[in-house]
Design a protein around this ligand. Structure first.
Ligand code: URA
Length: 213
């Protein structure tokens, strides 16, 4: 496009593809239409049950398979993981630092899950969660919140993401998880209007909401 003279920087045609510019102050246009430069990309996905949190797999559908073709070449990857049987909020990005900040327990970003369990969690379970559950293999978890909703339903809030963590925390209290759905990450709630497999690009204000909870 540059060689064909279709690209301008601040209104002047550029002739060399190696032309350097400052994307924060220059306006780049193709055929007269300004294009937006974006270093990193952030999306929320309502991950459906049955899809694996991976970037590629020869047999199973991955969360990246759910993306439209034009987004697949951005090099997005999932921020943390949800089990195949877990649905709900999954972030996708190409920003490694952002992903680390969301996942790291040091950042204290809360992950909130809705769970349906066999049996009924009670106040003793709430107390055990608040003290920090010890998993079946002896792993000590950070203190977490358990809210009882009745009817075998509860909300679990954790600040870390160990393997199958919520299922194993509830299992350690004798509760088998029947359904698990992530509702929010930090202050950012899943947009329930998306529906299973639905995707929405996050804006600056969403990222602020996420970290400012
Ligand atoms: N905890 C789990 O057990 N599974 C998930 O997918 C997420 C948190």
């Amino acid at each position: 496009m540059i060689r064909d003279g279709r690209v301008t920087v601040d209104g002047l045609p550029v002739t060399h593809p190696e032309h350097k510019l400052d994307p924060s102050s220059c306006t780049v246009a193709v055929d007269g239409a300004a294009i937006r430069y974006q270093r990193f990309h952030y999306f929320m996905l309502d991950k459906p049950v049955g899809v694996i949190t991976a970037t590629e797999d020869s047999r199973q559908t991955t969360v990246l398979d759910l993306l439209p073709a034009e987004l697949r070449r951005l090099g997005l990857f999932p921020v943390g993981r949800l089990d195949k049987d877990t649905s709900g909020l999954l972030l996708l990005t190409d920003d490694g630092e952002f992903a680390h900040r969301v996942i790291s327990p040091k950042s204290c970003v809360k992950k909130r899950y809705y769970a349906e369990v066999e049996g009924e969690a009670d106040e003793a379970d709430v107390l055990a969660f608040s003290r920090g559950i010890v998993l079946g293999d002896g792993t000590q978890c950070l203190p977490a919140e358990l809210e009882l909703l009745g009817g075998g339903r509860c909300i679990v809030t954790v600040m870390e993401g160990k393997y199958h963590q919520v299922r194993r925390m509830l299992a350690s209290r004798g509760k088998t998880v029947l359904a698990l759905r992530r509702l929010s990450i930090g202050g950012l709630a899943l947009d329930e209007s998306l529906g299973p497999g639905g995707l929405r690009e996050l804006e600056e204000k969403d990222l602020c909401t996420l970290f400012n909870a």
